[in-house]
Design a protein around this ligand. Structure first.
Ligand code: PLP
Length: 444
């Protein structure tokens, strides 16, 4: 683990570290006394980049302000949900109004109906939908439905894809039996891990092989259609064609985990962009407009297996919370009306090219930015990364140094070399220029 401060040397040499972070430091010390690692979700602790995580007091547009009064242009955007930036005026107005009507009823209400109708009428592969409180919950429920529908127990996932923290997904490739998974977290039983199969991304032959061996035992394949939780791992179109074909021919359900990509790479996410129709799909992040919402949906015959219609139990005290539904609805309505996707993609492309140029002009480091729509990932290597094993060995250390130099210059990227960053509609040219200039500043 990098020591706090050590990575600030060298690259940003000559430019004094001017930010005062004394309140963040104090808060972090206090936090560590009362919460594990001082955080409520691991990456927030800055372990991957070292240093003290900044306690944020407020945010507006693309600007984060910390408790010491420092401000940062935000490219992390709460890990993806804020495609409209912080406090989008339309979302804010809707939420403010909704609050005065009450914030949870524990009954049926019209807001979730409206959001469900908006989604099912726009995305043909979502015939029915159920709202939950997080992406993790959505995945957990979708897997349960898949097992119920097929009467099979095995789930196949890919090494390099993240699907939240439910037990059966916290697994990695095991060393024993071919592709049999091993727990990837303490507290996950071998029995549960043993019901998952893990295959490396980008290995079509391995996929053929495992389907030939175990195809009839697999309930579902779950995949991030743009793997964006271990860097941004670019997949070839053949990969998805192969998946679609193998799942169909073996009676296996195909689950697209679109928690990041849904409403991000296009309104219809990757199901729309690939033209592949998943049997089930999971959403999160943008769907709640920055409030805690997840959803799973898909074929009506599968969704009708869910209680009270069918035998698959799944429930939630605060599910379809009216404030969260309101934020999701306001966000999705604005996205559907403005369709900002092409513009976002062009901006990301232009910015990435400018950063690459700025870096390569000044150093002989190998460097490029992998991108997909408005998701981007700086990589300290020159080859396209398609699977975890191709991530350059120096990624963690180099990213940590660059991250801190950028942070000192008022830029907030995702605080880990294995996490992606995002653009929002609130980023204007001046903000993108400031990132390009900050990258220039790192190496000058
Ligand atoms: C973020 C994410 C999850 C987990 O969602 P939470 O809301 O954090 O539980 C699952 N799958 C993917 C692809 C994600 O990006």
């Amino acid at each position: 683990m990098l020591e706090s401060g050590s990575h600030r040397s060298e690259l940003s040499q000559g430019r004094a570290h001017t930010m005062n972070t004394s309140f963040s430091e104090k808060f972090f010390e206090r936090s560590k006394r009362v919460s594990p690692g001082g955080v409520h979700s691991p990456v927030r602790a800055f372990k991957g980049v070292g240093g003290v995580p900044r306690f944020i007091e407020k945010a507006q547009g693309v600007c984060l302000t910390d408790v010491d009064g420092n401000s940062y242009t935000d490219f992390c955007l709460s890990w993806g949900p804020l495609i409209l930036g912080h406090q989008d005026p339309e979302v804010l107005a809707a939420v403010e109004q909704a609050l005065h009507k009450g914030w949870t009823y524990g009954t049926v209400e019209p807001l979730s109906l409206e959001l469900a109708e908006l989604i099912t009428s726009s995305l043909p592969w979502v015939e029915k939908i159920r709202f939950v409180n997080s992406g993790t919950e959505a995945v957990m429920a979708a897997l349960r439905v898949a097992r119920a529908a097929t009467g099979r127990d095995l789930i196949l996932k890919f090494d390099g894809c993240y699907h939240g923290h439910c037990d059966s997904m916290l697994v990695r490739a095991g060393s024993g039996l071919a592709e049999m998974a091993a727990p990837d977290s303490a507290g996950v039983s071998r029995a549960v891990a043993g019901e998952s199969l893990v295959v490396s991304l980008n290995h079509l032959a391995a996929l053929d092989q495992i389907f030939a061996q175990r195809g009839k035992e697999i309930a579902a394949v779950i995949v991030e259609p743009v793997p964006a939780n271990n860097g941004l791992l670019t997949q070839k179109p053949e990969f998805f064609e192969k998946l679609s074909q193998l799942t169909k021919s073996h009676g296996v359900l195909l689950i697209f985990d679109e928690v990041i990509t849904g409403f991000r790479v296009g309104f219809g996410g990757m199901a729309e962009r690939t033209g592949i129709r998943p049997d089930l799909v999971t959403y999160g992040k943008i769907i709640g407009g920055g409030f805690p919402v997840g959803a799973y949906g898909g074929r009506a015959d599968l969704m009708d297996l869910v209680a009270p219609q069918g035998p698959v139990y799944q429930a939630g005290t605060l599910s379809a919370n009216p404030i969260a539904m309101t934020a999701g609805l306001a966000t999705l309505k604005k996205l559907k009306r403005e369709m900002p996707y092409q513009k976002l993609e062009e901006k990301t492309e232009r910015m990435s090219c400018a950063i690459e140029k700025a870096v390569l002009r000044q150093t002989d480091l190998k460097f490029h930015i992998q991108r997909n729509a408005s998701i981007f990932w700086p990589v300290f290597g020159s080859e396209e990364v398609r699977e975890i094993s191709q991530i350059p060995a120096i990624q963690k250390e180099m990213y940590a140094r660059v991250f801190h130099s950028l942070l000192d210059q008022g830029i907030y990227l995702a605080p880990s070399g294995f996490e992606v960053s995002f653009l929002s509609t609130a980023h204007e040219d001046q903000h993108l220029d400031s990132l390009v200039q900050a990258f220039q500043g790192v190496f000058s």
